[in-house]
Ligand binder design. Structure first.
Ligand SMILES: [Fe+2]
Length: 387
């Protein structure tokens, strides 16, 4: 058992000063003045710190991604401490462009490995291509038979690397994800990789206009990658569509017009988008090509899970988005959209996934996952098996 005393709690909505009692990996009480004899519980004085739900990163290439510049550019796997440093206690793993040398079997094994090391993991079936390659033969079966699979993705649209699926192919895929989701009690969300192509979100809008599939079934990602797509995403979200902004970036991309997530969140809220429809994900371990002014490939960088909360911090400290609203996009919103029960909130009955933040700077001071310390007083205290 672990008792956090006197934290300033955002659950993510502001709760005020209270104590959190965790037992068996869950929060069993959240109220002021909890008293338990020290012989039964580890008591930690969190006075002066802000306690928030552990962050959910819904799009991470945990087995590595990339390879788009040849074999030598395949990016490495995520290690546990990458997640810990970013305050990420729940990850949804996915494949990307490469569904040949990266497999769903490896993704499932990696997800299970991270789970055994101490964080919570889920995954998407499929990769960029349509028809999608699955683990058991169909999206529907994968959702029904594999506990960790919560949806399908990242399916690529409006991108030179996509399989150029037709509307009918994409609609059939979304329908199958919906049916599998309903039958398994999961989200069955289609995570859609959006490229820079002119068609933008048109296939998603047609799903909403021409089929019975609701907007909750679709989650387009990378919508901040250029100003045109970003404006289209604002219009899409204003009609009820869910949208995901990618936090991993490099200065060159921002100079070319990519919308930084902190500023992007602020702009979406100013435009009247319902905050509950917006999520951030890191695209962690994906490759980020870095080009010089002449457009020559200077090198490749790797997306970082730590960019997720860095973007939330930017939203609060630079774009002046209220802390509770900014936290929502990496806690309550992804938990609801992906139906991750017990995740994304601090409340009695929820999983004891907690991040402690320093006031003013919002630096991460502590990370607890399922009741266990992973970072304590700024020191990473848990390691992956081979770290
Ligand atoms: Fe992507």
């Amino acid at each position: 058992m672990l008792l956090l005393k006197n934290a300033d709690i955002y659950g993510p909505a502001p709760v005020g000063r209270a104590d959190i009692l965790a037992a068996g990996g869950r929060i069993v009480a959240l109220e002021p003045g909890i008293r338990i004899p020290d012989s039964y519980v580890e008591t930690f004085d969190a006075a002066g710190l802000i306690a928030v739900p552990g962050f959910i990163d819904g799009h991470v290439h945990i087995t590595g991604g990339g390879g788009e510049g040849g074999y030598a550019t395949r990016t490495p796997e995520l290690v546990l401490s990458d997640a810990i440093r970013g305050g990420v206690t729940t990850i949804v793993g996915c494949l990307g462009t490469d569904g040949v040398t990266r497999s769903l079997a490896a993704l499932l094994a990696k997800a299970r490995g991270l789970d055994a090391e101490g964080i919570s993991t889920f995954m998407y079936t499929g990769y960029y291509a349509v028809p999608v390659r699955t683990l058991t033969g169909s999206i529907e079966q994968d959702l029904l038979l594999i506990d960790k699979i919560v949806g399908v993705g990242e399916v690529a649209l409006s991108d030179h690397r996509s399989t150029q699926p037709t509307f009918d192919e994409f609609a059939r895929l979304a329908a199958e994800a919906r049916r599998g989701g309903i039958l398994s009690g999961k989200a069955g969300v289609v995570n859609v990789h959006m490229g820079d192509g002119r068609r933008g979100l048109s296939l998603l809008r047609r799903i909403l206009d021409e089929t019975e599939i609701p907007p909750t079934q679709l989650l387009p990602t990378h919508v901040n990658r250029n100003p045109t797509l970003f404006q289209e995403a604002i219009a899409y979200a204003k009609t009820g569509g869910q949208v995901d902004l990618t936090t991993s970036t490099v200065p060159a991309f921002l100079e070319e017009g990519e919308v930084a997530c902190g500023r992007g969140l602020c702009a979406m809220l100013d435009a009247g988008v319902d905050a509950s429809l917006i999520t951030f994900t890191s695209d962690g371990q994906g490759s980020i090509p870095d080009f010089d002014e002449q457009g020559r490939l200077r090198g490749l960088q790797v997306g970082r899970v730590t960019s997720l909360f860095a973007a939330v911090r930017d939203a609060v400290l630079q774009a002046r988005v209220p802390l509770a609203t900014a936290l929502q996009v990496v806690t309550a919103n992804p938990a609801r959209i992906l139906k991750l029960r017990g995740k994304g909130e601090l409340a009695a009955g929820a999983d004891a996934d907690i991040v402690l933040l320093e006031p003013e700077t919002l630096e991460i001071n502590g990370v607890i996952a399922r009741g266990r310390w992973l970072m304590k007083t700024r020191e990473v205290v848990a390691k992956g098996t081979f770290e």
